[in-house]
Design a protein around this ligand. Structure first.
Ligand code: NG6
Ligand code: CA
Length: 511
């Protein structure tokens, strides 16, 4: 009997996160759905099965697409991370705050007085949490990582946070939960510097022999867990993350948040590290794809997504949860580490038929897999609506019955019916932020002439910036790969789109 009791208790504990008794807030009784934004890092338009991937299988994401709205023309706001996330959470163009890729010791980018997406949801009675990659800065400059780490997510609307502070390839290589580094030994304080080496931990430049993957010079700072990073760190040894365990850690923290929040509406912003560099998947995913670490990281990320769906189903709240699945920017193969992403690509097309990739103003910079899944409210379909993640702010506000007041989400458009697949009326004009700026109008894509830069992002990446001294206009209906510049033949459209672009973006960003 005692043995039976012990087993019963052990069983209950082992499954405690997600197999609690069924929640009472099934769809019919709760007007406000739980909302989970699953934000993948650097996932390209062609990188998952339901969007044509060939080198890796993604059954869990395909399941979301088969049961939800699969968007074919939805975009992250920018072709890099920090600006996209800034726009997602504020409903405001990133250029308004000069948002660019941040170092790992940058201060919080979002003004704490700004009303953010999680603020809106809190106003509607939601519990709000963020788990995963942050990359929006922490503190207010000269942050002491051993003290209370703020301001951060908790000052801009989140009730709970568990963070990779910047990126996986930037120090500090530690998790921050709410205000503190997880597992920090006070006798071994963390120091971070992005200019000069601190402490005596070896760098990738000094000791390439200690590295699991060799990196370029920008990524050859301090080595932690055998991976050289951008920036320098010393201290915090007991708190260092293990890259291979990241998916399990992030999934568990998400499950814990979901389980603890299941009796009220909740909002979870789940921002994976995958498939950003360094790509160091867990041993059980090594070889899961034919493409080496980059493909294996996609398989790992798909597994994580499956775990989240399973957790919702086990709690009985899946029907009443809206999952928005997407990526913060387009794909990149080589992004600083020698992980054989180029060599092992095979026939897989990370951007599908699109031109460009991460960092680029061509379509692949921002057009990314985007799925809305909400079993009790969404019927499966494919949608051609032109949408930007910047519109999630106002659309979600509409969903939860929160009218926006002046200054809230100023660039965000309420397009709820398009997001839910009830119609395909997306944006009339859509800005694609990048090193240059692109503008969409229906199937037209316009990129103004720029003298600032042109050609490749760099030789190794082989991604075209999209920036050049030539005015570019493409008709994506007939030319999805942006290969035929029809600007000269369509001066009126060029002139109309140029005026619209200049009305949105200040001249200083259009040089
Ligand atoms: C770049 C890094 C790149 C990646 C990127 C941010 C170099 C040369 N490259 O500066 O490896 O970290 O920043 O990626 O340092 S993002 O997805 O977060 O925007
Ligand atoms: Ca990214």
């Amino acid at each position: 009997m005692i043995r039976f009791l012990f087993l019963a208790v052990a069983f209950t504990l082992a499954f405690s996160s997600c197999t609690h008794k069924k929640s009472t807030d099934e769809s019919a009784k709760t007007p406000k759905p739980n909302i989970i934004i699953v934000y993948v890092d650097d996932l390209g338009y062609g990188d998952v099965g339901c969007y044509g991937a060939t080198g890796v299988e993604t059954p869990n994401i395909d399941k979301l697409a088969a049961g939800g709205v699969k968007f074919t023309d939805a975009h992250c706001p920018s072709s890099t991370c920090t600006p996209s996330r800034y726009s997602l959470l504020t409903g405001e163009y990133a250029f308004r705050n000069n948002a660019a890729i941040l170092d790992g010791d940058a201060p919080l980018l979002i003004d704490t007085a700004k009303v953010t997406l999680p603020d809106i949801l809190k106003r509607a009675g939601y519990k709000t949490g963020v788990v995963g990659k942050w990359h929006l800065g922490l503190g207010s400059g000269n942050l002491n990582w051993n003290d209370s780490i703020k301001p951060g997510p908790l000052e801009i609307g989140f009730d709970y946070s568990f963070l990779i502070p910047a990126t996986g390839d930037r120090v500090p290589s530690v998790y921050v939960e709410n205000y503190n580094i997880v597992g920090l030994d006070p006798n071994d304080p963390v120091q971070v510097n992005y200019k000069v080496k601190v402490g005596d931990w070896p760098t990738g430049l000094e000791r390439p022999d200690l590295c699991k993957q060799i990196a370029d010079t920008q990524h050859a700072g301090t080595i932690t867990n055998g991976v050289p990073r951008i920036g320098f760190q010393s201290g915090g040894k007991a708190a260092l993350w293990v890259d291979e365990d990241m998916p399990d850690v992030l999934v568990q923290k998400s499950k814990d948040f979901i389980a603890a929040s299941k009796d009220q509406p909740f909002f979870l912003y789940l921002a994976y590290h995958d498939i950003h560099v360094p790509r160091v998947p867990h041993q059980r995913f090594v070889g899961a794809s034919t493409m080496g670490p980059r493909g294996d990281a996609i398989a790992q990320m798909d597994w994580c997504t499956g775990e989240i769906i399973k957790c919702l189903e086990e709690l009985g709240i899946a029907n009443n949860t809206l999952i928005l699945f997407s990526s913060d920017n387009g794909p990149v193969l080589s992004d600083g580490y020698d992980d054989k992403a180029i060599e092992m690509l095979g026939n897989h097309k990370p951007a599908g038929s699109l031109r460009g990739g991460k960092y680029s103003t061509f379509e692949a910079g921002t057009r990314v897999p985007t799925i809305a899944y909400w079993p009790s409210a969404i019927s499966p379909k494919e949608s051609k609506a032109l949408l930007s993640h910047i519109d999630i702010y106002a659309s979600v506000a509409e969903l939860v019955g929160q009218p926006l007041t002046q200054g809230e989400g100023v660039d965000s458009k309420a397009l709820l019916n398009a997001w839910l697949g009830k119609n395909e009326q997306g944006r009339e004009f859509m800005l694609e932020e990048s090193f240059a700026m692109g503008l969409r109008m229906g199937s037209w894509k316009y990129i103004p002439a720029s003298n600032s830069w042109s050609g490749w992002i760099d030789n190794k990446k082989k991604i075209e910036s999209g920036v050049s001294p030539v005015v570019k206009l493409y008709n994506l209906d007939t030319d999805i790969s942006e290969s035929n510049n029809v600007a000269e033949a369509n001066p009126q459209i060029v002139s109309q789109m140029d005026s619209v672009l200049r009305a949105i973006v200040p001249a200083s960003f259009l040089k």
